[in-house]
Design a protein around this ligand. Structure first.
Ligand code: C5P
Length: 264
């Protein structure tokens, strides 16, 4: 079975405050995009075996897909296993929810493969235990996301929108960003920019560069390091992509999509 695990952008991200459990209460608009990891699942008689095209990604128990598969087998009491092959196209530690999307795809895929008929809310509860962005990735499209990420409310899809997405060669830990977050009067649509831009001024420079190249708006996604610019047309996006790719090889032209996981 082959699935697409679509990445997400945070079109906005407000941090409401710190919760007693150490997580932060957020209010964010998330959007699935046409950049994805491919996930191939094959049944195994036992065990969870992971293969990934990116050698930097651990294939042990710390991988989100391992946690997702384990949560699924525990919940359903199915005494079997799965081989998971990940073709990693979404940059990791980049604010694009790649690991969460992979976990969501594994939950959806196993539910189909083993005909377990877990409901959307069962999958969400399993997803939540794996990572804060998994509940959104299970639904996808455009959604308002609250709580620590578990409250997802689908909202009306945007018309077709093109984004130039740039991931600088900087790996950022989400935990580090939240640990260093201080409530500020924020002038941006993403409250986490205040933490990241003060440590990595080059991300602020990249935002400016995208505007200079003709993007209508530019913003960091999630806890960074990715920055996206909204463009008025695909043609304009292609031109900006050509220019920005010279300096940033991990640059993409993507559009909004209506699902988080696609069975292809
Ligand atoms: O849930 P996930 O493992 O993706 O989160 C990574 C880290 O980011 C958490 O350990 C937590 O420190 C921080 N976080 C947070 N509030 C959120 C989501 C994540 O503080 N809503």
């Amino acid at each position: 079975m082959q699935l697409r695990a679509n990445a997400k952008l945070n079109l906005s991200l407000k941090v409401i405050g710190k919760r007693p459990d150490g997580y932060h209460e957020i209010d964010s608009i998330m959007q699935s995009i046409s950049l994805y990891d491919s996930i191939k699942l094959d049944p195994l008689s036992k065990g969870i075996k992971i293969f990934c095209t990116n050698p930097l990604i651990p294939t042990d128990r710390s991988n989100t897909v391992y946690k997702a598969a384990l949560a699924f087998f525990e919940k359903t009491a199915i005494n079997q296993g799965v081989k998971i092959e990940i073709q990693k196209l979404v940059p990791h530690a980049a604010g694009l929810g790649g690991g969460s999307a992979d976990a969501a795809a594994v939950l959806v895929g196993l539910n189909i493969m083993y005909k377990t008929m877990l409901s959307e809310s069962d999958l969400r509860v399993l997803g939540e235990s794996v990572g804060s962005d998994v509940p959104f990735c299970l639904i996808g499209g455009r959604g308002r996301v609250r709580g620590r990420g578990e409250l997802v409310e689908p909202i009306e899809p945007l018309p077709k929108t093109w984004f130039v997405l740039v991931t600088p060669q900087i790996l950022i830990s989400t935990a580090w960003v939240y640990q260093n977050f201080k409530p500020v009067v924020s002038s941006t649509d993403n409250d986490l920019e205040s933490v990241v831009l003060s440590q990595y001024p080059e991300i602020g420079e990249l935002k400016k560069e995208l505007l200079k190249l003709g993007c209508l708006k530019s913003q960091m996604s999630g806890s960074g390091s990715s920055v996206f610019g909204i463009v008025e047309s695909e043609e304009k996006g292609i031109k900006i992509l050509e220019a920005i790719r010279k300096k940033h090889p991990q640059s993409y032209l993507v559009e909004n999509v209506g699902r988080g996981v696609e069975n292809v």
